[in-house]
Design a protein around this ligand. Structure first.
Ligand code: HEC
Length: 463
């Protein structure tokens, strides 16, 4: 299809796209997470008669009200950019999901209705009708999550399409196979817990700084309390991520191997490593703080269990061949690091210096690290799918020959070796033409002369 494609000025098209999505997605995810937690806090406040929970819940809802319009307005930029820059993708994709998008529109209206008229406006008037008010909060949360549920289906489809992308003139409207595609549940739950985790960690960090600035003792006590509460929730919620992420990666390995290999050692791996680095910073600072802060065995036990479970995920992961000495040295190194981390945490526990200014800044830094880990996660996912709009269904208009060759190499070679593109770097001989000629003859390999030539050229240039 030769639809007219708009070339944006100044920056390449993907930069424009990332810019507009990054303006919308952090706001949308924050609102979704806040609206899930607000009625829960309100309920706890109602049951325990502790007004701090009610104040916290209300302040979160007020914050959502402030962000709702800019978030929605910025969201409208996303389809506009796609319509101009990738018109064929837009028309085929939106036509496949026309009815879910309409339903999403209705969810949006209901969400606004419940949030504005039933939850936010009558907050004070309904102090004596708390149960009904909390019910309205729950309805707001449900519609917020349903909006996310629709968009995650569309987003997951782009990496693991469960059904073919229809032609431009083929009015599909709705396809359950496309909607309930293989990576959809993983994306949804990965996002759900990530949203709770990064928003609560960052909010805890911001409240910690507010705590430092308060002069009034009562206010100081309030901010100390809510910063600890939210930060702890964010920290504990994080430990769901390695498990869901593991399942997510497994599905990609089966259904979108090229995207999988891009992340695991391929061209998107550096972003993934930055994300892991940011998570380590968050764990180090956040864990240190929470162990100095909490005396309750239950919370300390929960965090220790979370850290040990993350260690298990590393154990399941195939050993990395990074360090001199190979996989064994890798396993020993991270085991030593984990033990050192646990010892550091238990030493912190004995310190009990959590009110020090430096710890409040550590919380804020941990919150920022969590936020950037979240942004790098999304970035890695969209980079891994390059050069496709929809995995193996539609290639982007601006695709470079180099990117197509890379995809071919991953598909024809790495998927069989089941390791990583890094293996080509480690292969000493670099006799690529001979090597490709040998590999072509293996059982089950089908490769045209032209494909072999492109793979050889790519290997010569990049390894
Ligand atoms: C059918 C599965 C399969 C496919 C497809 C395949 N290989 Fe291999 N490859 C193997 C096997 C099996 C070996 C030999 C065992 C080993 O040395 O790991 C091997 C060995 C190699 C080695 C030597 C490893 C070493 O350290 O000595 C290189 C390099 C290599 N393959 C590159 C490629 C490239 C490039 C492609 C794509 C053109 C490719 N392979 C496609 C299965 C495959």
């Amino acid at each position: 299809m030769d639809l007219p494609v708009i070339e944006p000025p100044i920056a390449p098209r993907w930069v424009w796209m990332e810019e507009v999505t990054y303006s919308h997605i952090p706001i949308a995810t924050l609102i979704t997470a806040f609206l899930v937690l607000a009625p829960i806090f309100e309920y706890i406040g109602y049951r325990t008669k502790d007004s701090r929970y009610d104040r916290l819940a209300k302040s979160m809802v007020v914050f959502c009200m402030i962000l709702y319009s800019p978030g929605a307005a910025l969201g409208t930029g996303i389809p506009i950019f796609i319509i101009g820059m990738w018109p064929e993708f837009w028309s085929r994709w939106s036509n496949l999901f026309f009815w879910p998008l309409i339903v999403q529109f209705i969810f949006f209206l209901l969400d606004v209705f419940f949030l504005f008229f039933c939850y936010y406006l009558p907050w004070d008037k309904m102090q004596n009708r708390k149960r009904l008010h909390i019910f309205f909060g729950v309805m707001t949360a449900i519609f917020g999550l349903l909006i996310q549920a629709v968009w995650d289906a569309l987003g997951a489809y782009m990496t693991t399409p469960g059904a073919p992308l229809p032609a431009v003139n083929d009015p599909v409207g709705w396809s359950p196979q496309a909607f309930f595609n293989p990576s959809y549940p993983y994306l949804f739950f990965h996002r759900f817990f990530a949203n709770i985790s990064w928003t609560m960690l960052l909010m805890g960090g911001v409240f910690a700084l507010k705590y430092l600035r308060q002069k009034d003792d009562k206010e100081k006590a309030y901010f100390g309390f809510v910063s600890d509460l939210t930060f702890t929730i964010g920290f504990v919620a994080f430990f769901m991520m390695p498990f869901i992420g593991w399942g997510f990666a497994k599905v990609l390995q089966q259904k979108a191997p090229v995207a999988f290999h891009s992340i695991m050692g391929g061209h998107a791996s550096s972003f993934f490593m930055i994300k892991m680095g940011l998570i380590s910073i968050m764990l180090f600072l956040g864990g240190g703080y929470l162990f100095t802060r909490h005396k309750r065995k239950f919370i300390i036990g929960l965090m220790t269990a979370g850290i040990i479970s993350s260690y298990l995920v590393l154990q399941w992961h195939p050993a990395l061949d990074w360090l001199p000495g190979g996989p064994f040295v890798w396993r020993v190194s991270y085991t030593v690091l984990f033990l050192a981390f646990l010892i550091y945490l238990w030493m912190m526990k004995r310190e009990g210096l959590h009110n020090r200014t430096i710890w409040k800044w550590a919380m804020f830094t941990a919150g920022l690290a969590a936020f950037f880990a979240f942004t790098f996660g999304g970035f890695t996912r969209s980079r891994a799918r390059q050069p496709y709009n929809v995995y193996e269904q539609l290639v982007k208009v601006e695709v470079l020959p180099r990117e197509l060759d890379r995809t071919l190499l991953y598909k024809k070679c790495v998927t069989c070796h089941h390791k990583t593109p890094k293996d080509f770097e480690r292969y000493g001989k670099k006799d690529w033409p001979t090597r490709v000629a040998i590999e072509r003859k293996r059982d089950g390999v089908s490769m045209s002369d032209e494909e072999a030539e492109r793979i050889t050229r790519y290997l010569k240039e990049h390894y």
